[in-house]
Design a protein around this ligand. Structure first.
Ligand code: GLU
Length: 444
């Protein structure tokens, strides 16, 4: 058995009951195999064993009191996965599904994603099984303060820089940051995704969604195609989905659907994003409310049905494993020719296989959604320089970074004889830089 497959088998065996982590490392190591096995120096230095083992895992108790005076306890996590190329960097997720497996898969993906941005950021991820849905503002604040009261001792502007993810937006980052500053008595760039009034970066809110579409646009352009007049289905209705839809519309695409965890809306005339922003970003409501505003729109229960809508381009921007093999076959049958992942690992392994076999232009999340963390890196730079750049300047840099990522993964895929296999391209390109840094830093 090859070195790569031996490591994969051992890591799975040594980390039982972590299905999402197994899925992420299987996808990555399988596509790295020919490359890694052709370079014996990686085996000599135990690079893969070290890459798959987080440098540090912190699990802690998060006690908090609800509005009725009842005490609750949640689990808090921070997985500091790899710091070979920079301080640990990656978001915090608050969602009832959060487990060690979920945080480890996200942390592992983050290492390669951050490497692809070209910026000096290592990889980490954190979160809690706390469910923010239906909680009052005071309860959210109490939870964030309790979470940070433990987390603060493990992070720092040059050590580990968390940000948002599912369930953690600007409001939560604000509460987390306020508590950090209160404890350590220092105003540093320890979190990104901050509000503009206290060190946040313009374009950060839009970055993941815009970046996704910049990369898509470049890929289509290099294949003699464009977004113009294409029908686009976007799943999710958080920041990633909303701003992916916005940029796709700006480039002439027709976005006809969005979803949340309960169901999806289909608007044959094209989604009116001002309505969606009002419902989701201002009222914190549910996507079915869209039909109150737009009479021709239809709401269907069950979010998975969104992949049955006929489209040219699909942008899964909701959550892990939201798109399975059957969904992928349905998309292919309906003529979908490009899929870019705005979420982390939204396609199952079977779905990815279907896309690749059918020559769908498929870009995995670690490359396609790297715009968010890239602008987080730019937020760190601005904070370090004690300056603030304009929206236009950051947007320009974001676009440049996404085009570079596309060219990098496309070139690497071609070099290894797998043209247009962006899974292989992204994994090898992301891995190379991290592995090189690890080789040079010795056995640590
Ligand atoms: N949570 C985002 C991601 O999956 C952003 C992380 C960050 O900005 O640090 O990449």
């Amino acid at each position: 058995m090859s070195y790569t497959m031996k490591v994969l088998e051992k890591v799975i065996q040594q980390n039982p009951n972590e299905p999402e982590f197994h899925q992420a490392i299987t996808e990555t190591l399988t596509s790295l195999q020919p490359f890694v096995d052709a370079h014996p120096e990686y085996e000599r230095a135990g690079i893969l064993e070290r890459l798959c083992e987080p440098e540090r895992v912190i699990i802690f108790r998060v006690p908090w009191v609800d509005d009725s005076g009842k005490v609750h306890v949640n689990k808090g996590y921070r997985v500091q996965f790899n710091s070979a190329i920079g301080p640990y960097k990656g978001g915090i997720r608050f969602h009832p599904s959060v487990s060690l497996s979920i945080i480890k898969f996200l942390g592992f993906e983050q290492v390669l994603k951050n490497s692809l941005t070209g910026l000096p950021m290592g990889g980490g991820k954190g979160g809690s099984n706390f469910d923010p849905k239906g909680k009052s503002e005071r309860e959210i604040m109490a939870f964030c303060q309790s979470f940070m009261t433990e987390l603060y001792r493990h992070i720092g502007a040059d050590t580990d820089v968390p940000a948002g993810d599912i369930g953690v937006g600007e409001r939560e980052v604000g509460f987390l940051y306020g508590q950090y500053k209160r404890i350590v008595n220092s105003f540093t760039s320890v979190l990104t995704g901050k509000g503009i009034s206290y060190g946040g970066s313009l374009t950060r809110t839009e970055a993941t969604g815009y970046g996704l579409v910049y990369l898509l646009d470049e890929m289509l352009r290099q294949h003699g195609n464009s977004i113009e007049n294409k029908t686009v289905v976007v799943s999710g209705s958080g920041n990633v989905a909303i701003f992916a839809a916005e940029k796709a519309q700006q480039l002439g695409g027709k976005v006809v659907a969005l979803s949340d965890s309960n169901g999806f809306i289909y608007d044959p005339e094209g989604i009116d994003l001002s309505v969606v922003k009002e419902i989701k970003l201002i009222k914190r409501g549910r996507i079915y409310e869209y039909t109150d505003y737009r009479k021709k729109a239809v709401y269907t229960e069950g979010s998975r049905g969104i992949w049955g809508i006929k489209c040219d381009i699909a942008l899964p921007c909701a959550t892990q494993n939201e798109l399975n093999g059957d969904d992928a076959r349905e998309l292919v049958k309906n003529g979908c020719f490009a899929v870019c992942e705005g979420a982390n690992m939204p396609s199952t392994s079977e779905a990815i296989k279907v896309f690749l076999e059918n020559k769908v232009l498929f870009v995995p999340g670690k490359a396609a959604n790297a715009g968010g963390v890239a602008v987080s890196g730019l937020e760190m730079s601005q904070n370090a320089m004690r300056t603030a750049w304009t929206f236009e300047k950051i947007d320009r840099k974001l676009k440049e970074i996404m085009i570079n990522i596309y060219n990098n993964i496309a070139n690497v895929a071609k070099e290894v004889g797998q043209e247009d296999n962006f899974v292989v391209g992204a994994n090898i390109a992301g891995f190379k830089k991290v592995a090189d840094a690890m080789l040079r830093q010795g056995i640590v």
